[in-house]
Design a protein around this ligand. Structure first.
Ligand SMILES: [Zn+2]
Ligand SMILES: [Zn+2]
Length: 426
């Protein structure tokens, strides 16, 4: 059914005579809801009712330059689950892939599907999520309205944790199998888990704090600000951001006031602007820059344009202060989902996992899980230990048998190999 609803969109799709692939228009390009490049590749292949990974293998891989070459389908599979995310970012992948795709589709706007058009050439460290995230209510809504399901670039940004349209947390693990999603899918239809094919439009019951909503609104607003500036000016002068910060820091007392306001240590600011007996400047990640600006109640673009706004904030004691957001605050534990999964493990529907592994699979801190489910966690750990002990004994018995059958030198080698395997030797 998912593929059918594309029919409408594709009927109106023009196909210039010399374009090798469909001239598929990217979704909402140029807006805050613009499509991601990896999402576009998935949708392009689905338009052919084909496998995105196969499309990449046939059409794009042969055109990749030396350093970005992919040599086998196995390598492509690994790439599709991990580093492919980089093509949404600001580095080399985000230059080469859109260029190749623009050539194949004859669309001039695909380079706008990467974060280069949002944050310029800021280093991509900490910019992107490692795995795709989605808003389950957006998926549901699009499906109801018969719109194509796509993956906005915004959802790939690490510091965007929420869908503001629905005021719910973005998700990054399948509610059914708990697994992360592939970036370029093998064959899964849009909106479904790339690992178990479950429909992903089922929201989790997670309560969102008002403070988090405020921070996320500010993040989106500031990102949009930067994007507009990039579209108009063609470049984002980050060096000007740090130059203006340096000007502010020269004024007496500003550094301590900024430290007080933002909670960053004074040394950090000097590191950013490349002072403090260092010959290099350390550029903070976009998220850190945003946290700094948020606490000062200025936008990154304002600081880029002039040092005055920031100085004004420091001079004006009556400025409304915003608390720096804590990026480590967790959403409330989804008790039902946890219990369901723990029960499945205890019932033997899953391999025996310890409390730590269960917490990881659920995406929570182990301490949090133990706090909420002390009895269950104890049981999980006991079961897992018993299972490991049983496996170890079985293996040891096997080895004794192998040793008995093999000749002496070989037996000794096997013995040591197994002891290493069991963790008795290193
Ligand atoms: Zn949404
Ligand atoms: Zn799944």
């Amino acid at each position: 059914m998912d593929l059918e609803m594309y029919a409408d969109e594709h009927l109106g799709m023009e196909m210039p005579p010399r374009s090798r692939l469909y001239h598929l228009p990217p979704r909402s390009v140029g807006t805050l809801w613009g499509e991601s490049l990896t999402g576009y590749i998935n949708r392009l292949a689905w338009a052919y009712r084909g496998s995105p990974r196969v499309l990449v293998a046939q059409e794009i891989v042969p055109q990749l330059s030396g350093s970005l070459q992919i040599h086998s389908f196995a390598q492509l599979a690994t790439f599709s689950r991990s580093s492919a995310m980089g093509m949404n970012g600001t580095g080399d992948l985000a230059v080469e892939w859109p260029t190749i795709l623009e050539g194949l589709t004859l669309r001039p706007d695909l380079h706008l599907l990467t974060l280069r058009s949002w944050v310029g050439d800021l280093p991509s460290r900490g910019l992107l999520r490692k795995k795709p995230a989605w808003c389950s209510l957006c998926y549901t809504e699009w499906r109801k309205q018969g719109l194509s399901i796509y993956q906005p670039l915004l959802w790939m940004v690490q510091m965007v944790t929420m869908c503001l349209r629905h005021q719910i947390q973005l998700e990054d693990r399948c509610p059914h199998c708990q697994k992360y999603q592939s970036i370029i899918t093998l064959k899964t239809t849009p909106g479904h888990c790339t690992q178990c094919h479950t429909w992903l439009g089922k929201p989790l019951d997670v309560v969102v704090e008002q403070e988090a909503i405020h921070w996320q609104e500010w993040v989106l607003h500031s990102l949009e600000d930067l994007h507009k500036e990039y579209v108009n000016a063609g470049v984002l002068p980050w060096e000007q951001f740090f130059a203006n910060l340096a000007i502010c820091l020269k004024e007496w007392g500003v550094c301590s006031k900024l430290a007080g306001l933002t909670g960053f240590s004074r040394d950090v600011f000097y590191l950013w602007v490349g002072r403090k007996n260092r010959s290099y400047a350390h550029s903070p990640s976009l998220e850190t820059i945003f946290e700094f600006c948020y606490a000062c109640n200025v936008t990154p673009l304002q600081v880029m344009k002039t040092s005055d706004t920031l100085l004004q904030v420091v001079r004006d004691e009556t400025q409304l202060q915003q608390r720096r957001p804590s990026r480590f605050t967790r959403s409330r534990v989804d008790q039902e989902r946890c219990l369901e999964f723990i029960q499945a493990v205890l019932d033997g529907q899953e391999v025996p996992l310890g409390a730590y592994q269960v917490a990881r699979r659920l995406g929570y801190d182990t301490r949090l899980l133990v706090y909420h489910f002390p009895q269950e966690c104890k049981l999980l750990t006991q079961r897992a230990q018993a299972y490991r002990k049983q496996r170890r004994e079985k293996r040891e018995a096997q080895v004794c048998e192998e040793v008995r059958q093999a000749g002496m030198p070989k037996a000794i080698a096997t013995w040591h190999a197994v002891r290493r395997e069991l963790g008795y030797e290193s």
